[in-house]
Design a protein around this ligand. Structure first.
Ligand code: FE
Length: 334
């Protein structure tokens, strides 16, 4: 009797492959989002559900290569990365699988997720214009496109075209205007540069603060970080394209890996990350915007004002990334 009961119990245990030991579930995440931005959130999830979240963090490209190399043997259940261009590349590389979830569909706006459900945006970043408040830029700024106008000659500061953020921005110009007009715009930007492109958004902001140029295009959280450190800098945000197509929007996001060993658990975590409980912190820790419309941005972020974002599906940035890179090369955008 006892031995039969034991046999049944053993069978039950074998039937529960998602558990590392009795009742202890675990999810493995590869994250291109920095540790300090995810660790507190995973901790909260473990506290609430008992599910352990193991993670490694690294460069987006390196993690994708690792996922590809590991193939079916990967321990990763979820991949978190930044920029729709990178998410799109991951889907195209075959390391993600589609997730069908009503909760994700209602929490994540349609334009901020993959049309094939391979990945979902979890925070929104606005790539906007920042200007030097001691210059006369304030009254003159209108659109990204207008930064190609010769009025901005020797006044524009840009980050390098090698960064996916700018590849996505240019991809959005191609989607909006077609390749010819997009190339004219980018060529105009290059002609207006006040200095060679900078290696990151913070350096671009510092160059504008130092008066090397008057305007730049950056993700708002870099503005937030720098101003937190040096509130005296003469910098302010401008929301462009408000009477046309809106501010360029991008996401950080995640998908469930193709060879996830804890697929259902990973989907649950993904759903939770898009929900009310996690969204404020997920976005707030990096001074980004929540993807979930029912959640308000962090008060510091809210102070930057409200704006209309471009409703374009961010997956377009991936589709047009190759074309954007070639276009920037032709335009001499280094
Ligand atoms: Fe960034």
């Amino acid at each position: 009797m006892l031995s039969r009961l034991l046999a049944v119990m053993m069978l039950l245990c074998i039937g529960l492959p998602n558990y590392t030991s009795a009742g202890e579930e675990e999810i493995v995440v590869y994250s291109a989002r920095n540790e300090h931005l995810i660790q507190p959130i995973f901790e909260a999830y473990t506290k609430k559900t008992g599910v352990k979240v193991k993670y490694i963090t690294g460069d987006a490209g390196a993690l994708l290569e690792r996922l590809k190399a590991e193939g079916t043997n990967t321990p990763a259940d979820m991949f978190i990365t930044v920029d729709a261009g990178n998410l799109w590349q991951a889907a195209r590389a075959g390391v993600l699988q589609p997730v069908s979830s009503e909760l994700l569909e209602s929490n994540v706006p349609a334009n901020l997720q993959d049309p094939e459900n391979m990945w979902f945006g979890l925070s929104v970043r606005a790539r906007t214009i920042v200007y030097n408040t001691t210059s006369n830029a304030a009254g003159k700024l209108t659109t990204y496109e207008d930064l190609a106008n010769e009025n901005w000659k020797k006044r524009l500061i840009l980050r390098t075209s090698k960064k996916v953020y700018n590849q996505s921005l240019v991809a959005s110009l191609i989607a909006e205007h077609g390749p010819e007009k997009a190339e004219q715009i980018v060529t105009g930007w290059v002609a207006n540069l006040a200095a060679d492109p900078f290696s990151n958004d913070t350096k671009a902001l510092e160059a504008v603060a130092a008066g090397i140029g008057d305007v730049t295009v950056v993700n708002t959280y870099y503005f937030g970080r720098l101003m937190k450190e040096k509130p005296e800098l003469p910098l302010a945000i401008f929301w462009p394209n408000q009477s046309t197509n809106g501010v360029h929007m991008n996401v950080s996001g995640a998908g469930v890996t193709s060879h996830a060993k804890h697929k259902e658990a990973a989907i649950k975590l993904l759903e939770w990350l898009s929900g009310e409980e996690a969204q404020g912190q997920f976005a707030g820790l990096n001074m980004e915007y929540p993807v979930n419309k029912t959640v308000s941005p962090d008060p510091v972020v809210a102070e930057w004002g409200t704006f209309t974002g471009n409703p374009m599906n961010v997956a377009k940035y991936g589709e047009l990334q190759g074309e954007a890179i070639m276009l920037m090369d032709r335009a001499g955008y280094k």
